[in-house]
Design a protein around this ligand. Sequence first.
Ligand SMILES: NC(=O)c1ccc[n+]([C@@H]2O[C@H](COP(=O)([O-])OP(=O)(O)OC[C@H]3O[C@@H](n4cnc5c(N)ncnc54)[C@H](O)[C@@H]3O)[C@@H](O)[C@H]2O)c1
Ligand SMILES: O=C(O)C[C@H](O)C(=O)O
Length: 321
Amino acid sequence: MAKVTIIGATGQVGSYAAHAVSQFPHVQEMCLYGRPGNEQFLDGLAHDMMDSFAARGTNTRVTFGTNPKELRGSDIVVLTSGVPRRSDQTRLDLALQNAKIVRHYAEQVGRMAPDSILLVVTNPVDIMTTVALKYSGMMPHRVFGLGTHLDSMRLKACLAEFFNVHVSEVHTRIIGEHGDTMVPMWSATTIGGIQIDNMIGIAKLPREEMIERVKNSGSYIIKAKGATVFGPGDAIATLIRTIVEDENRMLTVSTQIRREIFGHEGVCISVPARITRGGVFPIGVRLSITETAMFGESVKLIKDMTEKVCAALDAESQESE
Ligand SMILES: NC(=O)c1ccc[n+]([C@@H]2O[C@H](COP(=O)([O-])OP(=O)(O)OC[C@H]3O[C@@H](n4cnc5c(N)ncnc54)[C@H](O)[C@@H]3O)[C@@H](O)[C@H]2O)c1
Ligand SMILES: O=C(O)C[C@H](O)C(=O)O
């Protein structure tokens, strides 16, 4: 049984994720957490969710609050607080502003629930995952980001549509940045267990168009309806289910990489990882020559930006001392 806390539960992604995650039988308590001043909204949200659970026959207890003590006893904390981008912005444009918010909550989680598993959703998610790891002081296998799990699901949907098969027949993953330098792992893409290069009699796969569609998916949805909600919310829910039910699945999430496995280090970025009740454990894989070069570019971009953001946060802390 598990207590899951959603920080930023008043937001679009946080509130949908809280509802989606509560359906899992192993989730005993769902704690809706927000910033001071949002108590009335959280109270209303809790009541609305309890009505839904009565209608659906869900037994999860809903609690809410804005005091850091609410974080105590959490097995999993999901951090969704932060500013979302407009369709004319990139996720990287949000880095400094959101890093301050993520630092604040990461420090609270590190103090109140240091043995929990912290899932970071706030964008730019790879940089925010390193910020959360640094300021929570938690173990690297206990802090991870949604990363390219959502992008991998978007590519999966494109491939299922192209091959006209059920999504469960498609296995694929995107590694690297949750952003423009993401790297599709065509070498690990199979349809019905068959590597895509070995499929005969199928029209040529429009790889470039597909990956462009995945890259632009977030801004496309934001332009049309203001925010991406169901995609990220259910991607979060899958990760939480994998942890609480100890499913040992291999998914692609943002996690701190080590030189001996990935040739790069000192940064959180998406790679295949085994996800268990004990945490998230990256798995080294051999990439094609093109994938290796693209992954290197992606790591470089995220590492440079992460260093700049962490330096700005450190400078700010020193000034206020
Ligand atoms: N990684 C992903 O795949 C992914 C997917 C969707 C959204 N996101 C990111 O998640 C974040 C939230 O998105 P959303 O659509 O729910 O936004 P939203 O505006 O609906 O909600 C924002 C939440 O953050 C809180 N917040 C805002 N500023 C704050 C501050 N200064 N201090 C404390 N709390 C603050 C708000 O109270 C609210 O709970 C954004 O950064 C967005 O880019 C990431
Ligand atoms: O695109 C965004 O800003 C939101 C999120 O990262 C997404 O990919 O849906």
